[in-house]
Ligand binder design. Structure first.
Ligand code: HAM
Length: 415
């Protein structure tokens, strides 16, 4: 027999009840909020054919995924994100869907990353996709939803919005490979490196406009650098809708986004106090459906890094522990305890019963650790239809009939 203590895999976490209850609370707030915007929840498999993820990003992405061959020789991968699976599902579901499609999802993702605070190998995303609506209003609505979800979760954040056309226009004379390298540097917030790449490759004249663009914060500044691009009106209209809706945001034309399927507006949110891994949400407009056998369909969406939101909230008390009852019984009253527990549980009350034959005093001691109310079922009392109810915080004690117990216990517990 092995004496080694087995540990959880690197980059994964165990979650104790307090943490799970807090997560469920925030999860429900997010679901309810998305529902008020008309986004209905869907689910996709935890693993997909590897091709679903490589088709757009290339084989290089395999290094960042949990990719494997199953016993039937299929090449599969645990999903590193949910946008590609959701678009695959959209294509598979076919023409019967009412357009535009408004879906939200909550699921775990797997990435083979170097773990650190806020960066895990298994993590959860809450996201939304708006499929087949191509307008400034569609872009604005998805940003409004992301903003409202983060507010509902209770996190303090800064929302940044950009458009890929800004950098693309500025870099249009440079080769595609250099554009990708510059965008990757910008994605890592390394504008000096991006500038150096341009200078080294013979585009010194673009360095100053690039740096000016990374610092531009108003529409007029941005368009004075890149000129009147075709997307100008749409960007202005989107901003006007966001202003009408009272969304607080910063313009950030340097946002490049790590995933390479984006085509238009892009946006990210950053939370305070998370260190390097402070990006709690990312999204944008993209086109994927045609790669999966569907029609070329404009889509826009985002995903919130749920675990990072929970780290950002960790100082706050999210849910108060649920009050619990311990039923203290004697060997002669065990059946009465079982029946009483069933009646109280039907009322939605949390009830604990000793399962290990502890003595009366050991049961009382344990009750003090896990419950705020004890119901003591003594043989004589029970034979005349009464039980003793004790507030374990104040010591207050009452004797009730079984019908009074059902009627008043909730009030007694919360007093
Ligand atoms: P993403 O920026 O790769 O976008 O991920 C979205 C969010 O997931 C990030 O902002 C971050 O909060 C969180 N996240 C990413 N990696 C990790 C990790 N290793 N550990 C913890 N949290 C992490 C997407 O995944 C796109 N599918 C978003 C989207 C939806 N675009 C359009 N629709």
């Amino acid at each position: 027999m092995s004496t080694k203590t087995l540990a959880k895999p690197r980059g994964t976490r165990d979650m104790l009840p307090d943490e799970m209850e807090a997560r469920r609370e925030i999860e429900m707030r997010l679901r309810n909020c998305a529902r008020t915007f008309g986004y209905r929840e869907i689910a996709t498999p935890a693993f997909e054919e590897t091709e679903l993820f490589t088709i757009r990003s290339g084989e290089g992405i395999i290094a960042e995924m949990y990719a494997f061959e199953d016993k039937g020789g299929r090449s599969l991968s645990l999903r590193p994100e949910l946008t590609a699976p959701v678009l695959r599902m959209y294509v598979n579901e076919g023409k019967s869907l009412v357009k535009p499609v408004k879906w939200c999802y909550f699921g775990d993702c797997f990435r083979y990353e170097r773990p650190q605070k806020g960066r895990y190998r298994q993590f959860w995303q809450f996201g939304a996709e708006l499929i087949d609506a191509d307008s400034a209003f569609a872009d604005a609505e998805i940003i409004m939803l992301a903003n409202e979800l983060l507010k509902t979760a209770g996190v303090t954040f800064i929302l940044k919005i950009g458009h890929l056309a800004c950098m693309r226009t500025l870099l249009s004379e440079t080769p595609a490979t250099l554009q990708i390298a510059v965008r990757h540097a910008l994605d890592k917030r390394e504008s000096d490196k991006a500038a150096l790449l341009l200078a080294e490759n013979g585009y010194k004249h673009l360095v100053q406009p690039l740096l000016a663009l990374t610092q531009a914060t108003t529409l007029s500044e941005i368009f004075s650098i890149i000129g009147n691009i075709p997307q100008k009106e749409r960007i202005e209209e989107m901003c006007q809708i966001l202003d009408t809706a009272g969304v607080a945001y910063e313009l950030s034309p340097a946002i490049a986004r790590g995933l390479d399927y984006y085509t238009g507006v892009v946006f990210e949110a950053f939370a305070e106090g998370l260190g390097a891994e402070n990006q709690i949400m990312g999204g944008g407009a993209y086109r994927l459906a045609h790669l999966f056998g569907g029609e070329d369909t404009p889509s826009v969406g985002f995903a919130i890094g749920f675990d990072r939101v929970m780290v950002a909230l960790s100082e706050k008390q999210i849910v108060a522990p649920k009050p619990q009852v311990s039923i203290i019984y004697f060997p002669e009253t065990r059946s009465a305890a079982v029946r009483t527990a069933a009646t109280l549980r039907e009322q939605g009350i949390c009830v604990d019963l000793d399962l290990t034959g502890r003595s009366f005093s050991a049961q009382m001691k344990n009750a003090g650790k896990i419950a705020n109310t004890a119901i003591i079922i003594g043989e004589k009392e029970y034979s005349v239809g009464t039980v003793t109810v004790k507030n374990l915080n104040t010591g207050e004690q009452v004797q009730w009939s079984l019908s009074a117990l059902s009627e008043h216990i909730v009030e007694f517990m919360s007093a």
